[in-house]
Design a protein around this ligand. Sequence first.
Ligand SMILES: [Zn+2]
Ligand SMILES: [Zn+2]
Length: 758
Amino acid sequence: MAGVSVRPRAALAPVSVATWDELLAGEELAHLTTEPAREGRTAPVPDSLRPAVREALARRGIEELYAHQAEAYGAAGSGGNIIVTTGTASGKTLAFNLPVLDALDADRHARALYLYPTKALAQDQARSLTELGVASVRAAIYDGDTPTERRRQIRGWANLVLTNPDMLHVGVLPRHDLWGDFLHNLRFVVVDEAHVYRGVFGSHVANVLRRLRRLARIYGSEPQFLLASATIANAGELARALTGEEATIVEDDASPRAERTVALWNPPLLDAELGLRASALGEASRLLADLAGRGLRTICFAKSRKSAELIHRFACDRLDAATAARLAPYRAGYTPQQRREIERRLVEGDLLGVTSTDALELGIDIGDLDCAISVGFPGTVASLRQQWGRAGRRGHGLAILVASEDALDQYFMREPRALLERRVEAAILDHANPRVLDGHVAAAAFEAPVDEADAATLGAEALERAPHVPELRRTPRGWVWAGKEAPAARVPLRSTSPDAFLVVDASSGDVLGLAEQERAYSTVHQGAVYLHLGRQYLVRELDLQARRALVEPFDGDWYTQAKKETETAIEEPLRVERRLGLELSFGRVSVTEQVVAYQKKAVADGATLDTVPLELPPTTFDTEAVWFVPRPHQLEGLEAMPLLLSSLHAAEHSLISLLPLWAMCDRWDIGGLSTNLHLDTGAPTVFVYDGHAGGVGIAARGFEQFEGWVADTVRLLDGCPCERGCPSCVQSPKCGNLNEFLDKAGALTLLTRMSNSG
Ligand SMILES: [Zn+2]
Ligand SMILES: [Zn+2]
């Protein structure tokens, strides 16, 4: 349980800064800063804490708490919901465990439910709860791996059940009759890693939690929600969006922190005109080899398994055999025993360097390291901080971000304050998206008739949707389920379309995941290279009838990019405001896409190897968009074609590349369209839309933060050293036009004029 003990850590082998000083002297260093050490602020263990819990803490050497842990305990004690949003390794776990353990010890009937996004995390938590050894606490994991014969026993015996949202959704709530006693006595619901529940997944989980609240109420309980999240801009909003209730924010981090050096590392520019840079993998392997060669324990996070393997191999090549033998890759699928073995070897200093995909960051707790290298921005500041949080727990640490050529990475290299000081990134979700909500209204009606009173837990929107959900029937008792099987099983939590395509590994028969209908044709068309948990697959066949993509493991050195034609139609503007000198709109649009071809591109340099035509039907989906029509004076001098289109198109791409900084999503979650003449507006128009049917709040966030978003984009374009546009500013890896018609200077002119009108 990291960060629990307030005793100074034993064996504080001080790390000498001089050991890496000379390493950080090259021209690649884009920014260097030192985050100062911080003294911890402690508070006494509260007198009200039960003796059994107090003794358990004492056995672990904990005689005091951090101030924020005591604050969380106090806030939970007064009966409300809380969200703890302090830094990595700040003892968040103890903050929510204390009130729970206390309550379970005081009342032998009381029950608690812990939700974890991954099985590995649930296992880690179960282990540390067991190690804590409070006799009255009977913790058990209940997930897809739990044998049927054990399940009954757990429901009856355990007073602390750890599970995941999927199991709660299909295994627990629909069978609430089996959980009656548990629900009746449910006092606490813990939602750890709450920032993970965003976008489509978060929108579903928000509904699952509302269904849980409703059933608990039916069985006579009102559980308190205790959430823990990485540091984000909108913790209170996230708690409210996820649970439907207010929560007290506990954010004043009182844990001590060692000094940490932060380095932003930009691979050297090889061709300034084209914006071409040296490989981030090569730079990372050099840093890893150098740091490990100096005896510093280092973890390196890469975006894909292939990259992690290459970094490991390149680093080994740079070292003598004895040192190279002390580097290891860290892979998905390791058992808890194997993970602990790696942890032990690191702690004992037998291992010096570990390379991992960032898909694993949540499941890793490998203790005290000196250095952490992130290769490519992992997508969110929260993830990056989580990766960096591994460095320097035993003394002065070093955290490095090695930039990829991606626009957001390059923006951070030039605007380090946007990464290190501003907290703008907000986790967003929308439980009321009808594409998400309808399935949960059906599931709720299956669980118990839905009537007006349920608006208090399920939300008013659920009642509004009920008449639109097929297979629901209105009865005097409320809306009831009139279909056959339990509807929850038909509602996947990671997709907004119930008719998503299954992605199946033909070599093993395993289902790897789902591709939403509106994206299947561009991501899993025949011949596409598909990335899953950092591994590459080649799509052998896309079966439109069976709604299935058959893939096989793939080791080639090319990737694919779909060429598609896109149209948007404005269905309904919801908000129209005068912003930045023009009319800015947010509303509902329908998007029609047709994938017409794909290109094979070399991993090494992005060169086009082949273009293959495809014959696929068009798909249409409804979503939310933000759009604007520039005023004539903002387009002055850009009116000629194709300059006009190229300027709008480049502006659209660069805007999309920076929206994830504000909206905590992936650029693949966002779509765009720019046109010199749109049928609905009758004018040149730029659309940025939510890539998920129904929308999950991404475009809405762009509308709210438009001024800051545009200002960031101006800085991105203005600062990029390329001459005419490059992958680090206006080119997009997912452009349906394959990055044709892009004018960087025109986009900069337009966006600067807009920004100046604000
Ligand atoms: Zn550029
Ligand atoms: Zn494009």
